[in-house]
Design a protein around this ligand. Structure first.
Ligand code: SPV
Ligand code: MG
Length: 431
């Protein structure tokens, strides 16, 4: 009896899956792998039901002879374990990022005479509707809000990219790459005060008011499902901050990061080149406590951002503040630096972790950009934020186009570099 293997990473079984299983039956004993949560989030979506439930929906079908767990996106370990004669999959994995998975399976199978079977992928109105419902569920506030905490538990490091509009939200949502024999995508989105202000042509001095910042969140939320970390600047007056927390929590934002500065806030990357005042520990703790007291769910996180290294107040001050803020109820600590060398960030993380193994640490490696995610994770960092990179990549490209049109008195020279019109008009999915 031959063995046929297929891997499922779905929350809902539909006719496409039944079709694969029915086909598989024709070839022999059917083994179904259920992809683990941590592998699923690297190339697919976040699961809307838990792992045990995903196993039981396949078991209830009563078609599989055996159910196994597949821990990795790539098939190396599972093929070594069960040595199937065939791996069967919908033919949608012949193109796009999933092609890397197919290539991997085919290569492994061919080493001992096994084969890949591609069955026509089922995509009809019904499947489309199911797909859309899963996406919509993931975008609902109660599902989206708690996802950052879930990701912090599941991922070695939560990868977060700056967004400031529906379009940049779509880039964060949909970009998947094949790299180092795996697939990868961003886990979360950062609504940066710098980039939200810059997109409106305004300085990053808490000038763009909260109503307008909420509007940006709404634009992003309309077209995405991933969790949002909101840059709340100083959080403003305590009396105002509690309203901000309430609104963000209701919208389904996962976390606000507030920085321990007071007065006219300027962007941290200016450091001491401009006048910036650090808040007192007592007052900032009061702000954290007020925010924690007002929130209604356990899902929402208030993350305290420490500016001591930016303002050259020393490592001792940074650590004192970190422990005080955690004591006041902060759900995470963001430590910032504008040095190119990550040494002070790593020293902070190591010293903080000596005493606190749990509280999530967030870093923003804009200046110390040579350090890798794996190195940060080794020092206990849980969330990495690429805080301004989509804005900084778009601006020079747009400026170059404007210059070229002025220089050549026509658009041809610029156009050759641009996204084709056909691609732009089909970029956005329609319902
Ligand atoms: C932002 O992105 O607005 C931040 C991070 O606050 S930084 O610009 O590095 O201060
Ligand atoms: Mg900011």
């Amino acid at each position: 009896m031959k063995t046929v293997y297929t891997c499922f990473c779905t929350d809902v079984i539909h006719e496409g899956h039944i079709n694969i299983l029915t086909e598989a039956r024709k070839y022999g004993k059917v083994v179904v792998g259920i992809l683990s949560d941590s592998a699923m989030i690297r190339f697919n979506r976040f699961p809307t039901i838990d792992f045990d439930k995903r196993i039981s929906i396949v078991r209830d079908l009563d078609i599989a002879d055996e159910i196994v767990i597949q821990d990795d996106i790539m098939y190396d370990k599972i093929i070594e374990k069960i040595r199937p004669d065939y791996v069967i999959h919908g033919d949608n994995w012949k193109t796009g990022p999933m092609k890397a998975i197919r290539d991997n399976a085919e290569k492994l199978l061919s080493s001992y005479g096994g084969e890949v079977i591609d069955v026509p992928y089922t995509y009809n109105e019904n499947v489309k509707r199911i797909d859309l419902r899963i996406k919509e569920k993931l975008a609902m506030p109660e599902y989206r809000r708690k996802r950052l905490k879930q990701l912090i538990r599941m991922c070695p490091i939560v990868k977060t990219i700056e967004v400031h509009s529906g379009l940049t939200g779509l880039i964060a949502e949909k970009t998947i790459v094949e790299n180092d024999g795996g697939l990868d995508q961003f886990d979360a989105m950062w609504i940066s005060s710098l980039c939200d202000s810059t997109a409106k042509g305004k300085p990053d001095i808490e000038l763009v008011d909260m109503t307008s910042r909420f509007r940006t969140i709404d634009d992003v939320m309309e077209v995405t499902t991933k969790p949002i970390i909101f840059d709340g600047d100083t959080g403003g007056l305590i009396e105002h901050f509690v309203y901000t927390v309430r609104t963000l929590e209701r919208m389904g934002v996962s976390a606000i990061i507030i920085e321990d500065k007071t007065g006219l806030k300027k962007n941290s990357l200016f450091g001491n080149e401009v006048v910036q005042t650090q808040d007192s520990i007592e007052h900032f703790c009061e702000k954290i406590r007020a925010g924690k007291k007002i929130q209604l769910t356990d899902d929402f996180m208030i993350i305290a951002r420490i500016e001591s290294l930016i303002l050259e107040q020393g490592m001792g001050d940074a650590l004192n503040r970190a422990f005080a803020y955690v004591q006041a109820g902060a759900d995470g600590i963001m430590i910032h630096s504008r040095r190119k060398d990550p040494a002070e960030i790593l020293e902070f993380c190591d010293k903080f972790r000596e005493k606190d193994k749990e509280t999530p640490i967030v870093v923003v490696p804009t200046s110390f950009n040579e350090i890798t995610e794996a190195e940060l994770a080794e020092h206990g960092v849980n969330v990495v934020i690429y805080a301004n990179h989509l804005t900084r990549s778009a601006f020079p490209a747009m400026e170059q186009t404007a210059r070229d049109i002025l220089r050549y008195h026509r658009a041809k020279e610029a156009d050759d570099r641009l996204m084709p019109i056909k691609d732009i008009i089909t970029l956005i999915d329609e319902l």
